[in-house]
Design a protein around this ligand. Structure first.
Ligand code: FE2
Ligand code: FE2
Length: 271
């Protein structure tokens, strides 16, 4: 699915759209066929699909938990309105995978599947960015708050959603269509990608505006993006071992590098 980052939508328009499109309910999905499909897999296939879903679940819980900091710290009312739908949608994405583990894959310690490189970028690093906004807010330090808002948006919407999640959802969505299994996982990924499109559009719009208003933020945002590209192989390679579904690591890396470049272009870091 092409990203819609070129489409200009105001936060208020995104809020109106989200009230209609972001209301699908994970609790309504019948997971019987997915459970039957999972039971036909061998142990290597089960391990690979479980690892992928563990990464999705842990990622969705992390973004759902940290986004409230951003909404609280956001000074613009229309963006706060929009962000209330963004928080709600992330909670629902996590809810889908919580159900999927309970009813299809089996309950397990999903955190133990996430390697250190992914955990740093996806969970601990994001938490620190959220706390930095909270500290600046409590200390009433406007300069620090502006910088913390920019870096949170760059990390969360730029890297975690705009590169990591989109690469993984695009690639896994494509792979599941070819294996013709797990119909509800496929449907959920399609709906999640549509929600994520709005999250990324808003995030890139906000980053462009912040960097235009605070040109001194450009260098730390660029550094964050360049640090991420260095570790991109490390945070993706663990889903390829074992690799019974025959996932193509090169193709996934190409998708990731292309999105990385696109996000840098979106916010004016490169031409
Ligand atoms: Fe999400
Ligand atoms: Fe998202």
């Amino acid at each position: 699915m092409p990203t819609l980052t070129h489409t200009v939508k105001t936060p208020r328009e995104l809020y109106q759209i989200a009230k209609h499109l972001g209301t699908w309910d994970p609790a309504d999905m019948s997971l019987e066929q997915d459970r039957a499909d999972f039971n036909t897999l061998n142990s290597g296939e089960k391990e690979q699909i479980t690892k992928i879903c563990a990464l999705f679940y842990e990622g969705e819980v992390s973004v759902a938990d940290t986004l409230a900091w951003f909404m609280l710290a956001m000074p613009e009312q229309d963006r706060r309105m929009y962000l209330s739908t963004h928080v709600f949608e992330e909670v629902k994405h996590a809810e889908f995978f919580e159900r999927y583990f309970k009813e299809v894959l089996g309950e397990m310690d999903t955190a133990s599947y996430v390697v250190a490189e992914s955990k740093n970028m996806l969970i601990d690093g994001l938490q620190e960015r959220g706390e930095a906004m909270g500290r600046a807010l409590i200390n009433r330090n406007q300069e620090e708050l502006d910088r913390a808002l920019t870096l949170f948006a760059a990390h969360y919407m730029g890297i975690v959603e705009g590169v990591m999640a989109q690469t993984a959802y695009d690639y896994v969505g494509e792979m599941l269509t070819t294996v013709k299994m797990f119909p509800k996982l496929q449907e959920a990924i399609r709906l999640i990608r549509s929600d994520e499109g709005r999250h990324i559009i808003h995030g890139m719009d906000y980053l462009r505006k912040q960097i235009a208003e605070h040109p001194e933020h450009k260098a730390p945002v660029k550094e964050l993006f360049l640090d991420n590209i260095k570790s991109m192989t490390l945070w993706t390679q663990w889903v390829f071992v074992p690799n019974p579904f025959g996932l193509n690591q090169d193709r996934m890396m190409t998708l990731g590098y292309n999105l990385h470049r696109q996000r840098m272009r979106d916010i004016g870091l490169i031409q």
